[in-house]
Structures are given as structure tokens and as C-alpha cells.
Write a protein that binds this ligand. Sequence first.
Ligand code: KG4
Ligand code: ZN
Length: 332
Amino acid sequence: MLLLTIESSCDETSAAVVRDGRQVLSNVIASQVDVHALYGGVVPELASRKHLEAVTVVIDDALRQAGVGLEAIEGMAVTRGPGLIGALLVGLSVAKAMAVALEIPLVGVHHMEGHILAPLLENDIAFPYLALAVSGGHTHLYRVDGIGRYRTLGRTLDDAAGEAFDKVSKLLGLGYPGGAVIDRLAAEGNPRAFDFPRPLLKKPNYDFSFSGIKTALLYYVQGQNGPIEGTHLCDVAASFQQAVIEVLCEKTLRAARDTGLNRIVVAGGVACNKGLRRLMGERAALDGFQVFFPSPSLCADNAAMLGVAGDAYLAGGCAADQDLNAKASWPL
Ligand code: KG4
Ligand code: ZN
């Protein structure tokens, strides 16, 4: 089945063309990050307006890059939630209108479902597998038994991992969003320079907590006489990142050992992090686990990731009707 998919849950407007839930023919992403950077975070009203401006442009681009016309599209999938309600409604309304006009079926997909199935666009991964979903709004460990069959094993009790990167970046005067810039600085710094806490590391569960690392860093910054710069800044970034990624790796590998799931997927924007990719790869290899990280364009918010679940649901006759509505909060 040839699907057109649309994602607009936060600050990226994306459209993709995906064949049979596996082959990405195009995946166009228009980022609004420059607009929100001026305000130090995503401004929901601005996000909705920017989605409105971009949505038809990215759809046209996705079709052009895939080399297909609208008449070839056999179904549609759109992010239904969770996310910013105004932002979600832009993608959802366009998808509903197009599905009616083209007389093709449409299905609403959970944003995190998109993330944790994204690696199937690049690899054949047998179910069941363990998925660590790390983004700006989520840090969850899921057992994935199949498409539509997920069980939450653990989750963050406070900040999401990406949120911690973004808040720490702001504290260090590095702007928004913070993940990529901290990742870059960390590569030049000493991860053992400062001993930031590893919350819940020894607790025998799969839950996470990141706000304590951020607070420890805040106190450290407040205790300095001048700005943190140069090598000092790189060392702080590297030590913070090390604390976050050690907890992510340790808890994920513990879950893998306890559940016997020896295939691990790491997905979401934070899965772009080079330190996390390296450490998880090294530690998982010691246990003989296989780890799958999507390519960076499939880690961050994108529409192609919706194609996997979208195709399976539509093939199973699970199409939405015109009552389909967005859900700002929606557990998987
Ligand atoms: O999945 P995503 O694009 O959007 C959400 O669904 O939230 O994730 C965005 C998050 C942001 O918090 C951003 O700072 C973080 O992913 N991020 C990173 C990196 N690139 C993006 N965090 C750590 N290292 C990176 N290289
Ligand atoms: Zn996301």
C-alpha cells in the first residue's frame, strides 16, 4: 500500500510517502526551531501558525521527491497525539480533508508508536523487542510484542531526557533546543570531570528521574564566580551527558536482562546523541544484545515513522471515520 503520512505534533511539520510500511520514498521535514529558539522553547500558538504555513508545502515536496502523484496514494496516516493540540489539529484536519477528497482510508497513529517502530523502516527486527523512547516529552521503556501491542515497563517520574538536555542548555546559556549543542560540546570534554548524580540507578525498577541531575548542575553553575566557558564548559556538558546516558543505558540493559529481550531499539530525538549511541552499543555488546538506532532523520520527529503502524492498521481494516480527533495527552 502506498501511504502519505503527516506529522505535526510539536515544532516540525513533516510529510512522507511510504510503501508497504517499510520503504521510505520521501520524508520531508520543515523545522520551526529557529522561530521558537527566540523564546527559549516551543510557543504553542506560533507552532500552530507555522504548521499551517508549511503543511501543504511539505506534502507537495514529499510527493515530488517520491515521484508520485496524489492519484497513486492509497491511504493516509497522521499523528493523532500526544502533542500540542493546535499543532496536532493542523495535520489532522489536512489529513481528514485529503482522505475525503481522495476517497482513501485514513488512520490516526500515536506519536510514540511512530518513534518505537521507526527502526523497522531500516532493519528487519523480529518481535518482541525492548524499546527505549527518549524525546523532549517522553522517556519510556516499552516491551514491543508487535504492532499495536506495547507494554510500558518504566518511565520518567519527572523530566524527560530531552527536556533535561534542553533545560541544562538554557542554564549554560547555550539556547534552545539543547541536545545537539550539548552533544557537540561533550565530545570535547571530560565525562569524569564532575560527578553529577545518577538518580534511581540502584532502584530495582525501570523508572527514570532526570530533574535531580539538572538541579545539581544548577547549584554548580550558581556556585561559580564567572561564566562557564571553554574547556570548563565542555567538561560540564560531558559530565552532565554522561550522568544521563549512564542511567539510560543501565536501566535499559537491566530491563533487557530481566525480560530476556535481546533486541533493543532506541528511538526519539535523544537517540541522535552520539554519546548514547556509543555507550549503549558498547554495553549491549557485552551482554550479546543487538541494538538498533534509527538514522538521525528517523529519530527526530518525522512523518515516515508513522508509515509502519499506519500500513498495518489500514491493511487490517482499521480506518478512522470523520469523527477522528486529536488527543493532546494519550497514553500508548
Ligand atoms: O523526538 P523529538 O524530535 O521531539 C519530541 O517528540 O519531543 O525530540 C526532541 C528532543 C529535544 O529535547 C532535543 O534537545 C533532543 O531531542 N535532542 C537531543 C539530540 N538531538 C535532539 N538530545 C541529546 N543529544 C542530541 N544529539
Ligand atoms: Zn517525537
